[in-house]
Design a protein around this ligand. Structure first.
Ligand SMILES: [Zn+2]
Length: 162
């Protein structure tokens, strides 16, 4: 691949790519990365819709409480505007905005409800059964926010998206 910045040839490497474009801090992809001597790094991401679905599925099943960025990611995956999600949850849109920008913590009940909502939408639109009860049972306020690492094979194979 030719570098889009300087026009020189890049070198392909299999590596972990920190996928900050997702808006999340801790998502890493196992994928091919094209590196250029000028410093440019271009990841090979074959299936962005499927990838985002994999990340969302991981988020709703983990033990750490949702933070604002994760909530926003799930809302976007559900193709909901902030006002629409606020209405679904019966909270004021200012509250939702505070949750999303991190100035207010999402209470545990809403955290769980949001996970169920995503799961239900996935099921209705994609006929996918996603088991989350066990994960939800183990959510702990202090649980460490562990890395999400998505293997390349899974990125390619993820099919349905909202
Ligand atoms: Zn370059």
């Amino acid at each position: 691949m030719i570098c889009p910045v300087c026009g020189k040839k890049t070198v392909r490497k299999r590596d972990l790519y920190h996928y900050s474009e997702s808006g999340l801090e801790n998502v890493f992809l196992e994928t091919d990365i094209y590196k250029c001597k000028c410093g440019e790094i271009i990841p090979d991401i074959p299936n962005i819709h499927g990838l985002h679905e994999l990340v969302a599925k991981d988020l709703v099943r983990r033990e750490s409480p949702l933070n604002g960025k994760e909530l926003k990611f799930l809302r976007k995956q559900m193709r909901l505007k902030a006002s629409e999600l606020a209405q679904l949850l019966s909270v004021h849109k200012v509250t939702l905005s505070r949750w999303e920008n991190g100035s207010e913590k999402i209470s545990m009940g809403y955290d769980k409800l949001i996970r169920f909502l995503y799961t239900q939408m996935l099921q209705e639109k994609c006929n996918t059964i996603l088991k989350i009860i066990d994960g939800i049972r183990h959510i702990r306020p202090g649980a460490k926010r562990i890395k999400i690492v998505i293997p390349k094979k899974e990125i390619k194979d993820a099919v349905c998206h909202l």
